[in-house]
Design a binder for this molecule. Structure first.
Ligand code: URA
Length: 213
């Protein structure tokens, strides 16, 4: 759904092509919502075009916004460790986000993450759809509520559905789990370890489902 910005509607300029590189290039010019104005750059997905598994997060964070690559900050580091433990090599999967610009608000000198709203998620959705159309993963992993709701709608609850192999119009097999940053927010070491282990269990379920696809 394009968003109305000032006078004109500006839908995400997704080219009709089978080239992921061309789609990535086009995403740099996206003005489908206002988030491009305060972000450093578009952070498009990354990974092999033939990847059997695609992981989708919420939106780039501060580190990703500067690097121009998804999941390279603290959440990405813990995700990489869990992927390895689940038998997934990060370089073999495609990693992206539901929203491709960093949404933030200033707090002193820091840029604090702000959750994207449904209009921003909808404006960015054509890019995710294009990634799914071109990569055609056997399995999609939704990391956290924003990603899962971008795929299944706003009534989806990760707490209820995590770890199950589901199906959607956009991907025939989908596993939803928590966002890796939620592991970093656990109040103590014990709950951090417990939640990390649950995250690895969900990722193992995803690997199993992908191997059966
Ligand atoms: N959180 C996300 O959802 N995506 C990133 O790329 C980084 C942090």
């Amino acid at each position: 759904m394009p968003t109305k910005t000032g006078e004109s509607w500006r839908p995400a300029p997704v080219p009709e092509t089978s080239s992921l590189t061309e789609v990535r290039e086009a995403s740099r010019e996206c003005t489908a919502c206002h988030l491009y104005k305060c972000a450093t750059q578009t952070v498009f997905g990354e990974g092999p075009k033939c990847a059997p598994i695609m992981l989708v997060g919420e939106q780039p964070g501060d580190y990703e916004d500067v690097a121009g690559k998804p999941f390279v900050g603290p959440a990405g580091k813990i995700m990489d460790r869990a992927l390895e433990e689940a038998g997934i090599n990060r370089s073999h999967v495609y990693v992206t986000n539901a929203v491709k610009h960093f949404k933030w608000e200033p707090r002193g000198k820091r840029r604090i993450h702000k959750k994207p709203n449904s209009r921003e998620i909808a404006a960015c959705r054509p890019w995710l759809e294009a990634e799914l159309r071109l990569v055609k993963p056997k399995l999609l992993v939704c990391l956290g509520a924003t990603a899962a709701q971008a795929i299944f709608g706003s009534s989806f609850r990760v707490t209820r559905e995590r770890g199950k192999v589901l199906s959607s119009k956009l991907a025939s097999k989908v596993v939803a789990t928590v966002h890796p940053s939620s592991l970093l927010r656990q109040p103590d070491e014990e709950s951090r370890e417990r939640e990390y282990d649950r995250f690895v269990v969900d990722l193992r379920a995803a690997v199993k489902a992908a191997s059966e696809a």
